[in-house]
Design a protein around this ligand. Sequence first.
Ligand code: KDO
Length: 335
Amino acid sequence: MKHSLLRRTLLVAASSVVLMGAILPAAHAQNKMVLRVSTPAVPDDWHAKMWTVFKDELEKSLPGEFDVQINLNASLFKQGTEPAAMARGNLELSSISAFDIAKLVPEFSIFTAGYVIRDPEHQQKVFNGPIGAEMFKSVAEKMDVTPLSTIYLGTRQVNLREVRSVKTPADLKGVKLRMPGSKEWLFLGDALGATPTPLAFGEVYLGLKTGTIDGQDNPLPTVRAAKFYEVTKQIVMTSHLVDGIFIAISNKAWNSMNATQKQKMTAAAQAASSYNNENRIKEESQLVEFFRQQGLQVTTPDVDAFRKSVQATYLNSDYAKVWPKGLLERVNQTK
Ligand code: KDO
């Protein structure tokens, strides 16, 4: 009895050695650090494709160390929930918006305000300089994620289902303008004079098609990539927000890396940013023609009227009350 128990134990022990031998190579492969990426971006948009650049760069600089898993179309986490997922350790990487950040770092709302950042070059200078360094430090402390690079998402324009004469914010009165679902985004829709309606990015196409919304705002390359031009008739070139998103990594993942890994990770995020920015800027300058060919009307409103009204709305709001003294001037003076 005793004898057979011993024999059985030995057999189990022996077979687990064999088993371990068999799974060891696989286990070694699994030693790669898994980096899950989640983004609502559609595959054909530059800030979706940039993740492949990020992944390839990392594989080139540190072969076999990381397993970058790219999840597009908000298939892993819903739009706007990525920062919380990263803070909880359920997600390693995402591109987060100024609006996501402003929820936890209130002074960051300065970058959700219309007509503050002037153009993509100004954006890079602001975020790659001392202002960016100060702001990103607060982000790392308060959100438990570390921003690695700044991505130009494009300049946001108003895109309508039906043609309408729009010169000033008053002309958008009553227009159900879809915005992403947070109060910071809805405030921007309000500031434009519209009736902001919250909806996740993935539901916008259908909302435009069926008429549950009258319009949406996004940069031209996204209007093209998400095919919103198929279900809308007009683009009003308000240019109200030079929008940026930030490649960010969870502090849990970041703090587990050595100095070389951190440096290569930052370089990969910068390569992704350059790829996105160059392609997006180029495409943005060519798209008006494309949309006209598709039968859309592309109209120019009184941009000064929009600028004055939107800026006044922000300056008189509670958002501006928490902007550190002198920050707006410093942003404006960044050249
Ligand atoms: C959008 O929902 O309108 C928006 O442009 C907001 C951005 O912050 C970003 O989330 C973007 O969608 C997605 O990446 C899809 O392009």
